[in-house]
Design a protein around this ligand. Structure first.
Ligand code: NDP
Ligand code: GDP
Length: 329
C-alpha cells in the first residue's frame, strides 16, 4: 500500500525536493502551508509538483493546527523541515526563531504523541549546532555541540526534544544533522544563492558589484536534491537514530565565489566588496562533516560536487534573470 507523508516546510527548499522525491516513490504527500499574505508555492511550481501535493493550512507555533493536519493526512511519516532557517535573522528575531525552530518541533512531537505515536518522525537538525569550534575541525555524531546563534540554540532544543520523546514515549524520532545544502531553489539570502544570483546579474549587466561579509568562513556544501534522500533513508531503518549528512569537504566562501565568477569568465576580486554590515555577532568559522555513519548504515553518499552545484545554480540564475529582463522589456 502507498505510504503517506506529512511535511512541514514544504514550501521551502528541502520541502519541495523531498516532496518531489517522495512522489517519485509513490507516496501520497501532504504539506503544512503557513498562512502568508502572498503565495509561497513557487518552488513546488518550479519542480512541477504544485498540483500533486495536498496543502493543509497550519503553523508550527500553533499545536492545534498540527493535530488537525495529522488527523486529516493520517501520515506514516512526518518530516519536520519547517523553521525560521536563516542564521543572521535569528539575532534580529530570536523569539520568533525559538518559537518556530525550537518549540515548533516540540509541538510536532506532542501532536504525534496525542494522535498516533506510531508515526515516524524526522527532525531537520543542523551542523550549526556544532558551532565550528577550532578543536573539532571535522564534526561527526559524537562531536560536542556549541551553538553560536539563536538559530543554533533553537535547533539544539529541537534535536534533544526529538531524542527525549524517543526515550520517553518510544516515538520513532530521527535527527539528520545536515550540513549546508544548496540548489537553484535556495533562498536568496543564503550566501551561495546570493553569489550565483549576483554573478548572473553582473554578467548580464544589471548589477555592478556584490557586497559580502566574512568570506574566510568555511562550509561543507552539498546539493539539496541529494540530501533529501538521506532523510527518507533514516525513516526506513529498523531503529531511529542520529546521522551526519555531509560531503566531507570544506571550502571558503571566497573559493566558492571564485568558482561562480570563473564559470562566466569574470574575476571575483573585481566585483566582491567586503561590507561589515554582513558580519555576524558570532561566526561559525569552519564546518566539515564526517558522513561515514550515513555511508555505512544508510548507504548514502553525496553525489554532486561543489563545482557542479555552483554551475547548476549559476545556470538557473542566468535563465531567471534573462526571463525577468524579457518581461521588463
Ligand atoms: P527554508 O528556509 O527554505 O524553508 C523553511 C520552511 O519553513 C518554509 O516552507 C517556511 O514557510 C516554513 N516555515 C517557517 N516558519 C514556519 C512556521 N512558523 N510554521 C510553518 N512553517 C514555517 O529551509 P530549507 O528548506 O533550506 O531547510 C529545511 C530545514 O532544514 C529547516 O528546518 C532548516 O533549518 C534545516 N536545515 C537546512 C540546512 C540547509 O543548508 N538548507 C542545513 C541544516 C538544516 P514559508 O515559505 O511560508 O516561509
Ligand atoms: P549558514 O551556514 O546557515 O549561516 O549559511 P549562509 O549561507 O547564510 O552563510 C554561510 C557563511 O557565509 C557564513 O559564515 C556567513 O557569515 C558567510 N557570509 C559571508 N558573507 C555573507 C553574506 O553576504 N550573506 C550570507 N548569508 N552569508 C555570508
Amino acid at each position: 500500500m502507498a505510504k503517506t507523508a506529512l511535511i512541514t516546510g514544504i514550501t521551502g527548499q528541502d520541502g519541495a525536493y523531498l516532496a518531489h522525491f517522495l512522489l517519485g516513490k509513490g507516496y501520497k504527500v501532504y504539506g503544512l502551508l503557513a498562512r502568508r499574505a502572498t503565495k509561497t508555492t513557487w518552488r513546488l511550481k518550479y519542480l512541477g509538483i504544485e498540483g500533486k501535493v495536498t496543502l493543509l493550512e497550519g503553523d508550527l507555533t500553533d499545536a492545534t493546527s498540527l493535530i488537525r493536519a495529522i488527523r486529516e493526512a493520517n501520515p506514516d511519516e512526518f518530516y519536520n523541515l519547517g523553521a525560521q532557517s536563516f542564521v543572521a535573522t535569528s539575532w534580529r528575531q530570536p523569539q520568533l526563531t525559538a518559537l518556530s525552530t525550537g518549540l515548533g518541533a516540540l509541538n510536532c512531537l506532542e501532536a504525534i504523541r496525542l494522535t498516533n505515536p506510531k508515526i515516524k518522525f524526522y527532525q531537520a537538525s543542523t551542523s550549526e549546532m556544532f558551532g565550528g569550534m577550532p578543536e573539532y575541525p571535522i564534526q561527526s555524531e559524537t562531536t560536542p555541540f556549541h551553538p553560536r546563534s539563536p538559530y543554533g540554540v533553537s535547533k539544539l532544543f529541537a534535536h534533544w526534544a526529538t531524542i527525549n520523546y524517543r526515550e520517553s514515549f518510544d516515538i520513532f524520532g530521527c535527527c539528520g544533522i545536515l550540513f549546508n545544502h544548496e540548489s537553484p531553489l535556495r533562498g536568496i539570502e543564503f550566501v551561495t544563492r546570493k553569489v550565483t544570483d549576483a554573478v548572473a546579474r553582473i554578467k548580464l549587466g544589471v548589477q555592478k558589484d556584490l557586497h559580502l561579509g566574512n568570506i574566510d568562513a568555511k562550509r561543507d556544501w552539498g546539493f539539496a536534491g541529494d540530501y533529501v534522500k538521506a532523510m527518507w533513508l533514516m525513516l526506513q531503518q529498523e531503529k531511529p537514530d542520529v546521522y551526519v549528512v555531509a560531503t566531507g569537504k570544506t571550502t571558503t566562501v571566497r573559493d566558492m565565489c571564485r568558482i561562480a565568477f570563473d564559470y562566466v569568465g569574470l574575476d571575483y576580486e573585481k566585483y566582491v566588496v567586503i561590507d561589515p554590515k554582513f558580519y555576524r555577532p558570532a561566526e561559525v568559522d569552519l564546518l566539515r562533516g564526517d558522513p561515514t555513519k550515513a555511508k555505512n548504515i544508510l548507504g548514502w553518499e553525496a553525489e554532486t560536487d561543489l563545482e557542479e552545484l555552483i554551475h547548476m545554480m549559476v545556470d538557473a540564475d542566468l535563465k531567471r534573470v534573462q526571463d525577468e529582463l524579457k518581461v521588463a522589456r
